[in-house]
Design a protein around this ligand. Sequence first.
Ligand code: HEC
Length: 123
Amino acid sequence: MKRMVIRAGSVLAITAGCLIGCSKEAPRSPVTPVTSSNQAGEIPNGEQLFKQFCSSCHPDGGNVSDPDRSLRGSALQKNHIAKPDDIVRIMRKPQSRMIRFDESTISDRDARALAEYVLKAFR
Ligand code: HEC
């Protein structure tokens, strides 16, 4: 009986050790951060932010619910979206079905990096 208890204990210890060890090595999961990272000094990564916040509705720069409003160069041009600021404005105040991203979700700095990525990535 005593043996059983010891064994169970060491199994627990191994499991806990793995949990800690594994989570340390795991790459940053896109699900973990609820808000975008804006710690001082960290360079915002537009591509990562896009995957986290936008790609569900805009996979590969498309638009799952409104194909005329994709993020591809031709659509942006047609809809008079030319500068990063134009995209940031849409994030802050979308037209209709797109959800709104305020500053507490995506900081101004991150929003700008995201916008620059969108303009470069989906020409
Ligand atoms: C819930 C789905 C959804 C998410 C998430 C989403 N969008 Fe949108 N987006 C839309 C829809 C729908 C439109 C079409 C306009 C509208 O209905 O508001 C749109 C339009 C746009 C447009 C205008 C495109 C054009 O050709 O006129 C831009 C730019 C844009 N989104 C950028 C973004 C960015 C950047 C993100 C991430 C921060 C994002 N969207 C996240 C649904 C979404």
